[in-house]
Write a protein that binds this ligand. Sequence first.
Ligand SMILES: *[C@@H]1O[C@H](CO)[C@@H](O)[C@H](O)[C@H]1NC(C)=O
Ligand SMILES: *[C@@H]1O[C@H](CO)[C@@H](O)[C@H](O)[C@H]1NC(C)=O
Ligand SMILES: *[C@@H]1O[C@H](CO)[C@@H](O)[C@H](O)[C@H]1NC(C)=O
Ligand SMILES: *[C@@H]1O[C@H](CO)[C@@H](O)[C@H](O)[C@H]1NC(C)=O
Length: 343
Amino acid sequence: MMKNGGGGGGGGVASPIVVLSVVFAASIAIVFVLGYFSDRANGFGSFYSGSEAELKIPRVELVTAAARVTRKWKEDLRFMYIKKEPPIVHDGPCKDIYTSEGRFIHEMEHGNNKFRTSNAQAAHVYFMPFSVTWMVKYLYKPNTYDLTPLKVFASDYVKLISTKHPFWNRTHGADHFMLSCHDWGDAFLYNTSIRVLCNANSSEGFNPQKDVSLPEIHLYGGIVNPKLISPPPSNTSRPYLAFFAGGIHGSIRPILLKHWKGTDSDLHIYEYLPKDQDYYDSMLRSKFCLCPSGYEVASPRIVEAIYAECIPVILSDHYVLPFSDVLRWDVFSIQVDISEIPR
Ligand SMILES: *[C@@H]1O[C@H](CO)[C@@H](O)[C@H](O)[C@H]1NC(C)=O
Ligand SMILES: *[C@@H]1O[C@H](CO)[C@@H](O)[C@H](O)[C@H]1NC(C)=O
Ligand SMILES: *[C@@H]1O[C@H](CO)[C@@H](O)[C@H](O)[C@H]1NC(C)=O
Ligand SMILES: *[C@@H]1O[C@H](CO)[C@@H](O)[C@H](O)[C@H]1NC(C)=O
């Protein structure tokens, strides 16, 4: 099936980031340039001045420059430096649910990839390597639900690159893209730039004409579960018709669980997986894996089902499926309308 991102063949199973890059490249034929974000290409010198220089934090230069805006931020930066915490740009989480943010940045900046060019004039698109997850971690005050500091950061970031470099102003950022898997990733740069988002909710401003839907991949502890990497041969029997286990989040799962939880021995639908069962073993024993939206439209179950060679059954509203401009989802998945769940 689609395990290698549609490329198929070759025997080995692609790691998620390879899947991402391959499909992503196919999707919008991207050539990346990190030239003006990259310390290696540019040297950091030009971004440092005065007292910031003494911070000497590699790869934090853009944060540093943005931090000139307010004294408060400068203090935050020093705080980050003292605590030796990672910066918000050029880094991101590489494990757990938001893994794609960090993986993509690291793959682009340090990977041996052919999508990046050091010739800024030759680039098709420009990647802005900030992590919304790290913004939330370092700039958000818990329980305030106030995204203003994060939005100020993003807007200062744009101000900085549009002043230092000629590329942004040419198109008002229409050839620049950000990438985020965080639930709040859609709060930034919605007007003109390309947003590559896991949370591709078309009712919340995700625009399939310019934005890109990215699969959500949950790497517990940073790795793909070995059971998913080597599923049993395709003629192995799958005794369960369908499987789902997950919390009652959002509006769709309550309907699913109300109608199907514990109803039929062929359908293994749980809120809490029984202690004697293993989540991935259950996927590998099922013909269909249900992937309902939770708090957000995307679910890592879709990718896990594809790895497990279990047919994903997508239960969502307003979800623009990953890479749906190039992947024919109807040939390897099933989409069920929410109103059909009771039946
Ligand atoms: C881009 O436009 C902004 C706003 O008009 C301006 O401040 C900035 O200097 C321009 N950038 C360049 C590189 O000319
Ligand atoms: C985006 O568009 C809205 C509505 O047109 C406008 O109010 C806002 O200032 C724009 N934001 C940016 C960052 O350009
Ligand atoms: C599955 O296929 C393999 C290789 O084609 C074969 O050796 C094996 O006996 C088959 N198993 C079953 C349960 O049919
Ligand atoms: C998608 O966006 C709409 C509009 O904001 C919202 O009502 C809905 O709950 C969102 N879907 C999910 C699963 O978050």
